[in-house]
Design a protein around this ligand. Sequence first.
Ligand SMILES: CC(C)(COP(=O)(O)OP(=O)(O)OC[C@H]1O[C@@H](n2cnc3c(N)ncnc32)[C@H](O)[C@@H]1OP(=O)(O)O)[C@@H](O)C(=O)NCCC(=O)NCCS
Length: 166
Amino acid sequence: MNPSTDVTLADVDGAVAHRLLQLAKGDASPDEVAPPLGGPGWNLDRTAWFYGYHRAAAGGLDGPAAEKSWAVFVGADIAGSVRLKREPGAGILTAETGIWLGRSFRSRGIGRAALDLVLAKARKAGLKRVTARTLAGNGGAQRLLAAAGAALTYDDDGTVLAVVEL
Ligand SMILES: CC(C)(COP(=O)(O)OP(=O)(O)OC[C@H]1O[C@@H](n2cnc3c(N)ncnc32)[C@H](O)[C@@H]1OP(=O)(O)O)[C@@H](O)C(=O)NCCC(=O)NCCS
């Protein structure tokens, strides 16, 4: 596999959302994919959030949710998801990003390739800055973001803010 050529981003329609949820259930922790709703595991609340989130994000950065999600594909295999959401109060044109991959797709350069693709989408949309927030204990996410050129700020609440100037 060559991540720089085999990794693509695809829109999330209903069928793709279903495939993403199967991947999330079988190959990721629920907390990596969805907020902690309704207790542990993939309960009804989390599942409803998941489908509702991707449906709303299908409207794109200029839609009502000001957000866009994509599925990350490696060849024909669905590997995870990445998103962009506008941050209207930030002063310059800014969006927040987030990414998760199935465990079996991690540590092969796929995250790096997917983040590069989403930064290219952000540039194309005229954005000037992309941010991400992760936990201080998430070394993988910090390495990934630093490798994409992010400046990292460690906050007192145990989170890290990553800022990429485009
Ligand atoms: C974070 C995540 C997207 C990284 O994707 P990935 O495909 O595994 O990352 P890559 O293989 O492209 O590696 C990118 C960089 O991060 C480093 N890295 C990746 N996972 C790592 C880990 N667990 N520990 C330390 N470094 C790690 C790689 O060495 C590489 O660094 P380099 O470019 O300096 O060599 C993936 O691990 C994941 O989905 N994690 C769960 C969800 C999550 O934490 N999302 C981030 C929220 S902002």
